[in-house]
Design a protein around this ligand. Structure first.
Ligand code: ASP
Length: 430
């Protein structure tokens, strides 16, 4: 029998997970699911997170050190950041257009608004606290946060990825500046580490179908009885989803068409396992090892480019998150009866772009940063209570877009640098 491709196995795992969750809900297997199914999902995500820091560190050092000189590094770095910023601004703008056109917030009845606000106000509290800490910081705090004072403490927390990236780039730059004979062994060491970690990714991915089954089964059981809220927030969700689909089906194909020769269908096939993992884990950071592996081995992006562009993208480039923040902010404003003028909409473009850059690549981070967008346009941050019920599912979807955006930019940078290898049909399909 022909071996089933990985993405099919993952799809089957996802579908069975949802079916299991629905059945478990009906039959009241909540405790059983929490005790025996969910932990497998947690273990799977932990495995992915486990290798995130070593992978980012080793691959970035290898990537930077293999750039022959500093000017190549600054060229690729500048291009990467330019593409990331441009794609984020496009995403926010699409979100704003859609939400102003559909106006999902104007459909709420006053009663429903109060009911939702009350029901979720306590949960919103924790997110608001987390974000108000961020708000009180000075304008340069984000730069301060990038520079670690201790490498080990930076590396001990996955949410400090930017600090790890900073140190790895510094390390790589120092290596370029030294004569080759001084660094040849260190280079060989990191090359080896990099290959070993990519092999670990392969091993972990063998468990992916079971991992996504457990993750989705557990999630559906968690959602349990809140189906009516899903319906009440349907129009808002549909607006976000349409925006995300425009990114996936129109913006990225267009960008690939303009800058590369890669066919979108091939691109899609190559990165689909990463997209499915993004959906199941809601975390670009947890998905990063797989995104890198798919880009390098199935799309032909050189390691030099992928190991620089993708870790950076996972932390700072979140097109899906910024689009969602724009829609959510205007939706909440509409629901509370505010009229947003052009200045307020431009503030959303700016703050949603910055907030998505600042959001950690973990589940729910985009919602924490949404509080900042809301405050910037003078709306009570309690408003996030309104969208709480549907946030997890939208988080899953926006993470798919975040990861797809990173892979698109990596492909574009590779193509424009002559670093995109022609892949065989077999590599594409596997
Ligand atoms: N979960 C998203 C990610 O990891 C971030 C967010 O929008 O919450 O990419």
């Amino acid at each position: 029998m022909k071996k089933l491709a990985l993405h099919w196995k993952i799809i089957i795992g996802m579908v069975l997970g949802v079916v299991y969750g629905l059945i478990a809900n009906k039959l009241g297997w909540v405790d059983f699911t929490n005790a025996w199914i969910k932990p497998w999902g947690v273990i799977f995500v932990n495995l992915l997170k486990l290798i995130a820091v070593p992978l980012v560190f080793a691959s970035l050092i290898k990537g930077v050190a293999s750039l022959s000189n500093i000017s190549k590094l600054s060229r690729i770095g500048g291009k990467t950041i330019g593409f990331y910023l441009a794609s984020t601004v496009v995403a926010v703008t699409i979100g704003l257009f859609l939400v102003n056109f559909v106006q999902p917030g104007n459909t709420f009845s006053q009663e429903k608004r109060m009911e939702l606000k009350e029901a979720y106000a306590s949960k919103a509290g924790a997110k608001i606290d987390a974000a108000s800490n961020v708000k009180e910081d000075g304008p340069l705090q984000f730069v301060v946060d990038i520079v670690p004072s201790n490498f080990l403490s930076a590396a001990s927390d996955n949410s400090n990825m930017l600090q790890v990236i900073f140190f790895a780039i510094l390390f790589g730059i120092a290596m370029i500046m030294l004569p080759n004979e001084k660094t040849v062994y260190v280079k060989g060491f990191f090359d080896g580490i990099n290959d070993i970690i990519l092999q670990i990714v392969d091993i972990i991915m063998m468990a992916a179908p079971y991992g996504v089954f457990a993750l989705l089964g557990g999630l559906v059981v968690d959602f349990g009885g809140s189906a009516d809220l899903f319906i009440a927030l349907g129009l808002y969700s549909v607006t976000v989803i349409i925006g995300l689909l425009i990114m996936i089906l129109a913006v990225y194909p267009l960008v690939l068409r303009i800058f590369t020769k890669v066919k979108y269908f091939d691109f899609f096939k190559a990165i689909s396992p990463a997209q499915m993992l993004a959906f199941s884990t809601s975390s670009s950071a947890a998905t990063l090892p797989v995104t890198m592996e798919r880009c390098e081995e199935h799309l032909g992006v050189s390691e030099e480019v992928s190991s620089f562009v993708l870790p950076l993208g996972a932390t700072i480039n979140m097109d899906g998150t910024s689009l969602y923040q724009a829609v959510a902010a205007v939706f909440i404003a509409q629901a509370f009866g505010y009229d947003l003028d052009l200045a307020a909409q431009l503030t959303i473009v700016l703050t949603a772009t910055l907030a998505s850059i600042g959001a950690a690549a973990v589940p729910g981070a985009g919602m924490v940063m949404l509080v900042i967008v809301l405050s910037a346009i003078g709306i009570d941050p309690e408003g996030i209570a309104l969208i709480f019920a549907v946030d997890r599912i939208l988080d899953m979807m926006r993470t798919v877009v975040n990861v797809t955006g990173d892979a698109t930019v990596a492909t574009v940078i590779a193509a424009t640098e002559g670093e995109l290898r022609q892949v065989s049909q077999e590599e594409l399909m596997s």
